[in-house]
Design a protein around this ligand. Structure first.
Ligand SMILES: [Zn+2]
Length: 278
């Protein structure tokens, strides 16, 4: 599943293909999944940004548009298997026709979503509306994070909620918790624990963005950069997908469990559950 580093890599790759281009038409046959995309037609792409795992194409107002004469945002969520390609194929769900050529959105498992909205109006997208700061930005502050962590329930689902920090999905939550030495179900982090986790999140997300994200498996539908190259961060995974293998720090077999319905990997030696004293 694409997480923040994969989505950021996608953004960087498609930016030169879309920036300054005019969208002519958005072709698909699923208006309930790709909402109001007709409003994008005739508009120029003035920027591409990202919030967490959402991509935003900023669209300039079209002078002739009477149904929505404003700047708009074209919001894309890649879902489990979505990605942009230079050539269409059997899993192409959306064709983005521009004045400089076509770009194809492939999505074998069809969990991806798109919507054209007024800037910042994310009703119907509650995760986006309540999203926390970007992990690599100055808005992500250790003191704020620690204050929230002191009140939080089980730390892994809390990270996955996107509220304390945006863009941390299943892989990067497991990697960050391992680096910080925290059990995935630890509640109410101490100031010191929260500090370790804060720096682990920044480190893991930063390295993953640099590496171009993670690619898992060889089957179709796994994340790849749009030119078909694999991301490299999977080679740096320490615990994710390594159930039963020795912890790279202490050699204890990594345990696989389920936390909040998500496959979870941790080292029982390095990440003990701290019982709260009463
Ligand atoms: Zn260990």
């Amino acid at each position: 599943m694409p997480e923040l580093p994969e989505v950021e890599t996608t953004r960087r790759k498609i930016e030169p293909l879309l920036l300054g281009r005019t969208i002519l038409e958005v072709q698909h046959d699923a208006p309930h999944k790709y909402r109001d995309t007709h409003l994008a037609a005739g508009r120029r792409v003035t920027g591409l940004s990202r919030r967490g795992k959402y991509l935003m194409l900023h669209l300039a107002a079209a002078e002739a548009a009477t149904d929505s004469p404003h700047d708009l945002e074209f919001v894309v969520h890649l879902g489990m298997t979505g990605g942009f390609r230079l050539e269409g194929g059997k899993h192409t769900r959306v064709t983005l026709r521009t004045d400089a050529g076509d770009l194809y959105f492939d999505d074998p498992r069809r969990f991806g979503k798109m919507a054209v909205v007024r800037p910042g109006e994310y009703e119907g997208m509650p995760t986006l509306a309540a999203m926390g700061p970007e992990p690599l930005s100055d808005d992500f502050r250790e003191e704020d994070f620690a204050a929230l962590a002191a009140q939080a329930g089980a730390v892994k689902p809390w990270l996955l909620s996107q509220k304390p920090v945006s863009g941390v999905g299943n892989i990067y939550a497991d990697e960050s918790l391992w680096m910080a030495g925290l059990h995935p179900t630890q509640t109410r982090l101490t100031r010191e624990e929260a500090g370790r986790l804060y720096h682990a999140v920044r480190d893991v997300m930063g390295r993953a963005v640099e590496a171009g994200g993670s690619s898992l498996g060889k089957g179709e539908g796994n994340y790849r950069q749009h030119d078909g190259l694999s991301g490299l961060f999977q080679h740096a995974h320490t615990v994710y997908g390594k159930g039963g293998e020795p912890c790279p720090r202490c050699g204890t077999p990594i345990e696989k469990s389920v936390v909040a319905q998500r496959g979870t990997h941790h080292c029982p030696q390095c990440q003990p559950l701290r019982r709260e004293t009463v």
